[in-house]
Design a protein around this ligand. Structure first.
Ligand code: NAD
Length: 500
């Protein structure tokens, strides 16, 4: 059985805890590997290594750090197909989605290559007589990242390139469901010339995380995962004096106004709701058509498109399927359970993915694209994150009702509006209580040079990931006010300028 170890001090290191977790291929249901789960003492050793590496790494010139990241970028590009295959074989998403994930991660690496420009600090001359003030943005020290299963390469790449570029050292704790891609990224960082100990991967679960949240040598924690865990991570790490950004779950709505280009909206919805089997924090899981006529037309078009959705293994010869399996059998059961809950709550199950026949499915964790209509805000299938290929139509009588439905929801990660009306779009952008908004764009994921993050219970902590917020998160500002009165020079400096 393939064993997945840890990556410490520049090497793959076998774990000694004796605890492991199975890693499955979701397309076949077969166990493909076993990942070691670090003990508390193994995790403390990783912290010691990262702490020791900080002194040197933080003093390396910013340009040298950038050059290593440039090399890393080239290596990730060279190995993009290999990484995408690794992702697909443990997560299940189709190859093109996995490749897209690598590309989005790479964009953060590209952003990080230019960080010297953003880390220059500030300077004010003559804030008083003979007094200047300047601020420097210094790295924090050891930073930790804890990532979810759904983007095993991209989410770690939201974190560590920015942290490393700013001069920090890093410990990554990937999801135990699909840990191979981050392990491969660690090897590529080493190949790019990153000094040993600057980037480490500790595989593990709650036991390892507990150390990262409480060890006083860890200065900052970046977390992405479900809301209950994000909230706990934020509370625990903050109580231990750490800087924390903890991104949580989501329930994203797309408003379709009566004047929208419906074909464009439906095409966008199909990708946003069912791509990656709905296992995306920016997936659209609720369509909100405004007006009965819009709702009827939308429903008919979605039914027609769902009949064409190709569901199957992520790695196939020939053209990709549209959607792969879910990540684990347990998650499959959870999603199937939610479909039943929707039926029990009185929503209309228009397309039942539980009945889908999937070619080449074997024992894989497949469920087909599912569509509910007449979903209302009180229902659990509207309130809770399902994280599967289940789209709910929640009809709204007016623009104001659609906005209120979104603003009343506990999550505020992403949302979108499809309309031809500039004023409606503008009002929507201003009024909506959500962190990332799309106008005729279904998954409004900000580019790497902007920052990524939601509002309300989708993010705990003030700073978003990557972009300017990422640089602020991984640096600490120090402001120096210095006085060099000219009188001192006049009294003590006997050097006279030569006359020309
Ligand atoms: P999860 O919360 O179960 O796990 C996330 C990480 O936390 C993993 O590394 C896991 O090992 C660790 N963890 C789990 N339980 C823990 C505990 N009790 N104590 C300490 N650590 C623990 O999330 P998941 O199922 O891997 O990922 C899916 C979730 O992530 C969804 O809710 C999704 O919306 C969310 N997500 C959010 C964003 C965002 O940007 N807001 C992005 C991607 C995923």
């Amino acid at each position: 059985m393939n064993q997945i170890h840890h990556f410490l001090n520049g090497q793959v290191v076998e774990g000694a805890s004796g605890r492991t977790a199975p890693v499955y291929n979701p397309a076949t249901g077969e166990q493909r590997a076993q990942v070691e789960l670090a003990s508390a003492s193994e995790t403390r050793e990783a912290v010691r290594i990262a702490h020791a590496a900080f002194a040197k790494w933080s003093k390396i010139t910013p340009l040298k750090r950038s050059r290593i990241l440039f090399k890393f970028k080239a290596l990730v590009e060279e190995h993009a197909d290999e990484l995408a295959r690794l992702i697909s074989s443990e997560h299940g998403k189709v190859f093109s989605d996995a490749k897209g994930e690598v590309t989005r991660g790479l964009e953060v690496v590209e952003f990080a290559c230019g960080i010297p420009h953003l880390q220059k600090g500030e300077h004010s001359l003559n804030v008083g007589t003979g007094v200047d003030s300047y601020s420097m943005m210094q790295p924090l020290g050891v930073c930790a990242g804890i990532s979810p299963f759904n983007f095993p390469a991209m989410v770690p790449m939201w974190m560590f390139p920015v942290a490393l570029a700013c001069g920090n050292t890093f410990i990554m704790k990937p999801s135990e469901k699909d840990p191979s891609a981050p392990m491969r990224l660690a090897e590529l960082l080493k190949e790019a010339g990153l000094p040993d100990g600057v980037f480490n991967v500790v595989n593990g679960d709650k036991e390892a995380v507990e150390v990262l949240l409480t060890d006083e040598r860890v200065q900052a924690v970046s977390f992405v995962g479900s809301t209950p865990i994000a909230e706990t991570i934020y509370a625990t790490a903050s109580a231990h004096g750490k800087r924390v950004q903890a991104l949580g779950g989501a329930k994203n709505h797309m408003v379709i106004m009566p004047d929208a280009d419906l074909d464009q909206a439906v095409g966008a919805l199909m990708g946003a709701a069912y791509g990656s089997a709905g296992e995306r924090c920016m997936a659209i899981s609720v369509a909100v058509p405004v007006g009965e006529e819009t709702a009827e037309r939308l429903r008919e078009k979605l039914i027609a498109e769902l009949a064409k959705l190709r569901v199957g293994p992520g790695l196939v010869d020939g053209p990709d399927n549209d959607m792969g399996p879910l990540v684990t059998r347990e998650h499959l059961e959870k999603v199937r359970g939610y479909i039943q809950t929707g039926v029990d709550e009185g929503a209309e199950l228009v397309v039942d993915g539980r009945e889908a026949t999937v070619e080449g499915a074997g024992d894989g964790y497949f469920v087909g694209g599912t569509l509910f209509d007449h979903v209302t805000p009180g229902m659990r299938i509207h309130r809770e994150e399902i994280f599967g290929p289940v789209l709910a139509i929640a009809r709204a009588a007016s623009f104001d009702e659609a906005v209120a439905m979104i603003n009343d929801h506990e999550y505020g990660n992403g949302t979108a509006i499809f309309t031809r009306d500039g004023d409606a779009a503008r009002q929507f952008c201003e009024q909506i209580q959500v962190g990332m908004v799309g106008v005729n764009v279904p998954i409004p994921v900000p580019m790497a040079f902007h920052s990524f993050g939601g509002w309300k219970r989708s993010l705990f902590g003030p700073l978003h990931m990557h972009g300017p917020d990422g640089v602020r998160f991984y640096t600490r500002m120090k402001t120096i006010t210095q006085r060099w009165p000219s009188g001192i020079r006049e009294e003590t400096n006997h050097f006279t300028m030569p006359t020309l």
